[in-house]
Design a protein around this ligand. Structure first.
Ligand SMILES: NC(=O)CC[C@H](N)C(=O)O
Length: 413
């Protein structure tokens, strides 16, 4: 993978020019993307900017995010050739920080569950995950140092785990979702993929102009609660092993580590995430579903067919559960600094019929809390498996620092 912070250091030292850094990514895309299929469109003529903390950094943007310089097709034939007039604010934030947008990365149609043709860069017989399939595969495959994705269920953290990249799903609304195709406005969150936790932090700090998000050179050992999310069912062997390994490594590095059960209302929030997602999706996709039914992606359409009966009363009750669960989860953090949990049930599933299961991701999306994927082990077939580090709402710096601690601890075992 291309490390953003290492590349930036080389650019600052004059060892590589910003244009050469962009050219390196374009060459990597040319060499690899025919096989992987991470990009929908990319610009062979992309050039570096001359100033800004992200100068020379080639970025891929998930194709459900508006760009003026590339079509934005949402992974759906309904939007074939669609070209927004302007850039989404998150794209402008990258440009203002000096980054170069080199292309648009594949998304499952409307960031739901109908798989793309993108392959996992570590093992082409497997899915890269979704819905941010192209962003995870492009960073994991060493084509670009930074990419944007979005998460409504588990669409940033899970593909990051499957493709062996670090990633952050920041606190809800830290990054604006204006100009992002809406799926569920209570859940949709823009996230970042990069090679390491420090790289992700550097990207987010530059985009938001919040240097406090950078990981300090030394991180104090955190108090960690390990959460198995038993309410979501048991993981596969590789998922369980990743969680154990991360917990053990953190403890050996000096962290206080203990298993933590979630309050019942938090488990209840896990159950009702789909009620909120699907009720809002019916409104978000009212035009596509109502006027383009036949062209809708089949899995998303089927899901909307199944959930047509949901009532405002069901939705309001779910919103109430979510609010109470957020308060209960905040209290959990009186006792620990961060949680460590599963990023996925196991390694990336074989084949391209599924992008994997978001069951260990969706609770945290609904809670709005920052989540960082830390690559943890490599399972059979060369497939990576990560864990998720979670911090309280608004404590993105703490999530990143704790994740960097776990990442460094894993390197020592
Ligand atoms: N965009 C999303 O996060 C929702 C898609 C789906 N629930 C998933 O996580 O795979």
């Amino acid at each position: 993978m291309i490390s953003l912070t290492e590349l930036r250091e080389r650019i600052e030292q004059g060892a590589v020019s910003p244009d050469a850094a962009i050219a390196q990514s374009l060459a990597a895309i040319r060499a690899q993307d025919k096989a992987i299929g991470a990009f929908v469109h990319h610009d062979e003529g992309a050039r570096a900017q001359t100033a800004g903390p992200l100068r020379g950094i080639a970025v891929g943007i998930k194709d459900n995010i508006d760009t003026a310089d590339f079509p934005t097709e949402m992974g759906s034939q309904i939007y074939r050739g669609h070209r927004p007039r302007g850039d989404a604010p998150v794209v402008m934030a990258l440009k203002r920080a000096g980054a170069t947008i080199v292309g648009k990365t594949t998304t499952t149609a409307f960031a739901a569950n109908d798989p793309t043709a993108t392959l996992n860069p570590h093992n082409q017989a497997h899915t890269p995950g979704g819905s941010s399939s192209g962003s995870a595969a492009a960073v994991g495959g060493g084509m670009i140092p930074l990419a944007l994705g979005t998460q409504t269920g588990g669409s940033v953290i899970r593909p990051a785990s499957f493709c062996g990249t670090a990633a952050i799903k920041p606190s809800y609304r830290l990054l604006p979702t204006v100009g992002v195709k809406c799926f569920s406005w209570s859940l949709d969150t823009v996230g970042l993929f990069a090679a390491s936790v420090r790289d992700v932090a550097a990207g987010l700090a530059a985009m938001t102009n919040r240097p406090e998000l950078l990981v300090p050179s030394s991180v104090a050992a955190p108090r960690i609660g390990v959460v198995t999310q038993a309410f979501a069912g048991a993981p596969e062997a590789a998922g369980a092993e990743a969680l154990q390994r991360a917990a053990r490594a953190a403890a050996q590095a000096g962290a206080t580590v203990r298993e933590l059960a979630m309050p019942e209302i938090v488990a209840e929030a896990w159950r009702i995430h789909p009620v909120i997602q699907d009720f809002e999706a019916h409104q978000s996709f009212a035009w596509e579903y109502g006027q383009n039914y036949d062209a809708m992606p089949p899995l998303l359409r089927g899901r909307l067919d199944e959930t047509k009966g949901a009532t405002p009363k069901d939705y309001d009750a779910a919103v109430d559960v979510a609010a109470r669960a957020r308060a209960a989860l905040a209290a959990v953090f009186d006792e620990v600094d961060a949680l460590v949990t599963l990023s996925a049930p196991g390694a990336a599933p074989k084949g391209l019929s599924s992008t994997g299961d978001p069951r260990y991701n969706r609770l945290w999306t609904l809670m709005g809390v920052p989540c960082v994927n830390v690559p943890t082990l490599v399972a059979d077939g060369g497939l990576p498996v990560g864990v998720t580090v979670v911090a309280p709402f608004g404590a993105d710096a703490r999530a990143l620092a704790a994740a960097a601690f776990v990442e460094a601890a894993l390197k020592r075992v």
